[in-house]
Design a protein around this ligand. Structure first.
Ligand SMILES: CC(=O)SCCNC(=O)CCNC(=O)[C@H](O)C(C)(C)COP(=O)(O)OP(=O)(O)OC[C@H]1O[C@@H](n2cnc3c(N)ncnc32)[C@H](O)[C@@H]1OP(=O)(O)O
Ligand SMILES: O=C([O-])CC(=O)C(=O)O
Length: 379
């Protein structure tokens, strides 16, 4: 058996998937055959969820039924809301609150606890409930943390629009609702990224869907993955406040050996196609507000990183200034990523259950193979 170590599993193909395809040299991303640009500009998040879970775009009637069934599931059980309240009052990290609450949703899910963990129909219903409830718990967390009452979800609003309504107790204008919906579409799936792989590892033991999604939330939170979007905005603010000038700030950071958040990618060798679209949104929001400072600073960093390091922005880079200009608190950027990516996680877990084999790689042992036993008093 080969002992070659593939650090970080780079380039290792471990599964077949019909969900999304990435061409890292051309900067191309497709979900089930559809270009991400087409989906982002034309499809709603609900439409993309249907596509990911059912394999084809819904008809108008199918989409209406699906969206209605999602909207029906938005409310949280009192006990879950109580836990969210306690976590917000204890000033818990938002991603830790999402992880805890998602795990707790399992106890209140109405499906038969004895159902086979791999039952596709049961998992589609569970998945719909989880996806519908994550925005409610993120918005409730933010409201309670700010000393406000949570806002009850509304069934007459779309997934994106309803989230912004619950977050701010105010219906968003059309531009904000469309921009947010587009951001959800862009983040919905991305091959075997770390959090998706984590959900697959958990489900490959035939553990249940809630456990798989809980694993994935924990994995997304790290700054090398979904957590980078919040760090990008912290960096932009730090550059602004430092008065140093963008290039000097970035140079100093690189000299210290720091990574510039929102740059680099395991699969893309060129600019992430999602960053292109989010960059446009960041610019448009700046122009509408009469201040393109954050966008311009981002472009300056992008050009400098390209020239100095040959690195291009990933999805997290321009989502930061887009969300900031939408007035979303910085520490909610990664929970928002989870709100969207939960759709992809569920799609991949369904695939895993449909053709399961335990995921279990090996490590090359580098420790000693022969030590003489030493009694504890002689060590
Ligand atoms: C949604 C997402 O998860 S997108 C990714 C979000 N994460 C970030 O933006 C964090 C910053 N980026 C990174 O840390 C990395 O680019 C990752 C984690 C995304 C990819 O990592 P890997 O594929 O393992 O690349 P690796 O860490 O081997 O980096 C390759 C080289 O590029 C450099 N590099 C990679 N990213 C960066 C960066 N953001 N800033 C500075 N240098 C970088 C590394 O230092 C390394 O240089 P070296 O060969 O001279 O040592
Ligand atoms: O694919 C990856 O490794 C990271 C990423 O861009 C994502 O999860 O959207």
């Amino acid at each position: 058996m080969s002992e070659e170590v593939k650090r970080g599993l780079e380039g290792v193909v471990v599964a077949e998937s019909g969900l999304s395809f990435i061409n890292g040299d051309e900067g191309r991303l497709i979900y089930r055959g559809y270009e991400i640009e087409d989906l982002a500009r034309n499809a709603s998040y609900e439409e993309v969820l249907y596509l990911l879970w059912h394999g084809e775009l819904p008809t108008r009637d199918e989409l209406a039924d699906f969206s209605e069934s999602m909207a029906e599931e938005r409310e949280l059980d009192e006990d879950v809301l109580d836990t969210v309240r306690k976590l917000a009052e204890a000033d818990e990290q938002p991603m830790a609150a999402v992880r805890t609450a998602v795990s707790m949703l399992s106890a209140y899910d109405p499906e038969d606890a004895d159902a086979e963990p791999t039952d596709r129909e049961v998992n589609l219903r569970k998945g719909r409930r989880i996806t519908a409830k994550v925005p409610t718990l993120v918005a409730a967390f933010k409201r309670i943390r700010n000393g406000n009452d949570p806002v009850e979800p509304r069934k007459d609003l779309g997934h994106a629009e309803n989230f912004l309504y619950m977050l701010n107790d105010e219906e968003p204008d059309e531009v904000l609702a469309e921009t947010f919906d587009m951001a959800l579409v862009l983040h919905a799936d991305h091959g075997l990224n770390a959090s998706t792989f984590s959900s697959m590892v958990t489900s490959s033991t035939l553990s249940d869907l809630h456990s798989a999604i809980t694993s994935a939330v924990g994995t997304l939170a790290g700054p090398l993955h979904g957590g980078a979007n919040a760090n990008v905005m912290k960096m932009l603010k730090e550059i602004d406040e430092s008065g140093k000038g963008t290039k000097t700030w970035v140079d100093d950071a690189l000299d210290r050996g720091d990574r510039i958040m929102g740059f680099g990618h395991r699969v893309y060798n060129v600019k992430d196609p999602r960053a292109k679209i989010l960059g446009e949104k960041s610019e448009e929001l700046g122009e509408a507000a009469g201040d393109t400072k954050w966008y311009e600073m981002s472009v300056e960093i992008e050009e400098y990183m390209r020239d100095e390091k040959g690195l291009a922005p990933n999805v997290d880079f321009y989502s930061a200034s887009t969300y900031y200009q939408m007035g979303i608190p910085i520490d909610l950027y990664t929970p928002i990523f989870a709100m969207s990516r939960v759709g992809g996680w569920i799609g991949h877990v369904l695939e895993q259950y449909d053709d399961n084999r335990l995921i279990r790689p090996r490590a090359k042992y580098t420790g000693s193979k022969q030590e003489d036993w030493v009694p504890i008093d002689e060590r």
